[in-house]
Write a protein that binds this ligand. Structure first.
Ligand code: FRU
Length: 456
């Protein structure tokens, strides 16, 4: 018999969990759930003057399981208030998980669109799109019309079993969702669905079809316009490694281009890997009350050792710091928010880093740093000869092993760097190069004293 999940049961479990929580590595300044497993950010939205963040959530264990939507809100993107679980897989059409999706505000009501994941008795998978709404921003009602879009509306050339992660947006009074769909040619595809009322949805177009060398499935698409440019963000599985780029099996990319709204197709002009660390996946963005485009990602990736789970700490997963996106010289730049930095204690070389901390470094030539103890440390820095900023996890006591067939202990980005902003938390290292021209995000679990020093 399948287990029966409900929002009430999840909330009761969070209030009185049976597994003890060990917060040794729980981040202080990065978002994490009260307990349990999290992956993708979902439904990131600005509603009634507050930021709402939902997330893929399995409260009952520190591993992925039947997905719920956890929920939190914030007035400042720094301090988060946990709210009751928003969605549980409690319907026939989402019985094996409420997968990723997004939010939009219509007539002061908060709407969610998400994927119902269903595994039929013969093992075949159906992924279908559903809607839920809330008038108080806390309690959500799944609509009686669900599912609002199934694989039946897709053209023959797409694989209906891989049809997920709708991201809502509005344009000229009509609602749209970009949705990931796998193509029978074994390439990633983003489809566009359209609706006038958020309830009655139809297929509009194949928005963008990938090439053979761009991965086989594009998860979690996000579309927005920024600085007069059309931008697509998505997370390709299996994007081929190219030098320092795409060295994780699962990457996240920002694509600049132009949408032809007659044919409803996206013309791709350039692709960039969003983050060059070990752990950045499935980002999602919102536009806030100040008109800022802010993105947050999952600070982990698939197929790697999950240290807090191995250690039975009762939780796993966190989000990156939110980053403001702008376009500079034809590339997406990610600036760490000044409000995040203001909250972080400043540390200097030679300090023992006790808590979450911020460090700023200027570079005129190569500089190499390490944090940790003699037997357990991470190195990072700038190699001016190779024009590379890097994070090297090869000397960590807790090694993070991946599914990649190549070495992944060191990740780097090719860039001429003059300034590094480094955010250290209890489970991670986040580096912003030249004010956000490039970024590297990696989880790092240090077991001993965290001594910060420059290597000569
Ligand atoms: C991306 C993803 C999504 C899916 C969700 C399931 O990390 O695989 O495509 O909706 O996670 O938890």
């Amino acid at each position: 018999m399948t287990e029966h999940f409900t929002v009430e049961r999840a909330n009761a479990y969070i209030a009185a969990p049976t597994e003890a929580l060990d917060t040794t590595f729980k981040p202080e300044k990065h978002f994490s759930a009260p307990i349990g497993w999290i992956n993708d950010p979902n439904g990131f939205v600005y509603f009634r003057g507050e930021y709402h963040l939902f997330y893929q959530f399995y409260p009952y264990d520190s591993v992925w399981g039947p997905m719920h939507w956890g929920h939190a809100k914030s007035k400042d993107l720094v301090n988060w208030e946990h709210l009751p679980v928003a969605l549980a897989p409690d319907q026939e059409y989402d019985k094996d998980g409420c997968f990723s999706g997004s939010a939009i505000v219509k007539d002061d009501t908060l709407w969610l669109m998400y994927t119902g994941h269903n595994v039929d008795p013969d093992g075949s998978v159906r992924q279908i799109q559903n809607m839920a709404y809330s008038t108080d921003g806390v309690t959500f009602t799944k609509i009686k019309e669900n599912p609002v879009a199934t694989g039946d509306i897709l053209p023959e050339e797409l694989v209906a079993a891989d049809f997920r992660d709708p991201k809502l947006f509005e344009k000229d009074g009509r609602y749209y969702a970009v949705v990931a769909a796998k193509h029978k040619d074994n390439v990633g595809t983003i489809v566009l669905l359209g609706s006038d009322d958020l309830v009655d949805w139809s297929f509009e177009s194949i928005f963008l079809k990938g090439e053979a060398d761009q991965g086989f499935m594009w998860e979690c698409p996000d579309y927005f316009s920024l600085g007069g440019q059309d931008v697509l963000v998505f997370s390709p599985m299996g994007y081929p490694k190219a030098g320092n780029d795409f060295a994780n099996l699962n990457s996240s990319v920002a694509v600049l281009g132009t949408v032809d709204w007659e044919t409803k197709t996206f013309k791709l002009e350039s692709v960039q890997e969003i983050d060059h660390g070990h752990d950045f996946y499935a980002p999602q963005s919102l536009e806030d009350g100040q008109g800022r485009r802010i993105m947050i990602g999952w600070e982990h990736t698939w197929g790697r050792t999950v240290i807090p789970h191995e250690l039975r700490h009762g939780w796993a997963g966190s989000m990156t710091l939110p980053r403001q996106l702008t376009i500079v010289n034809g590339r997406v730049k990610q600036t760490v928010l000044s409000e995040s930095i203001a909250e972080l204690p400043k540390v200097a070389l030679g300090d023992v880093v006790e808590s979450a901390a911020y460090l700023e470094l200027s570079l005129e030539a190569s500089r190499h740093f390490r944090i940790g103890s003699a037997e357990d440390f991470v190195t990072f820095g700038y190699d001016a000869d190779r024009e590379e900023v890097y994070i090297d996890r090869s000397k960590l006591a807790y090694q993070l092993v991946g599914e990649e067939k190549w070495e992944t202990t060191r990740r780097a980005v090719t860039v001429k760097a003059t300034r590094l902003q480094v955010v250290i938390d209890k489970n991670s290292l986040e580096i912003f190069v030249n004010g956000g021209q490039e970024s590297l995000t990696s989880v790092v679990y240090l077991t001993q004293e965290r001594y910060l020093e420059e290597l000569k």
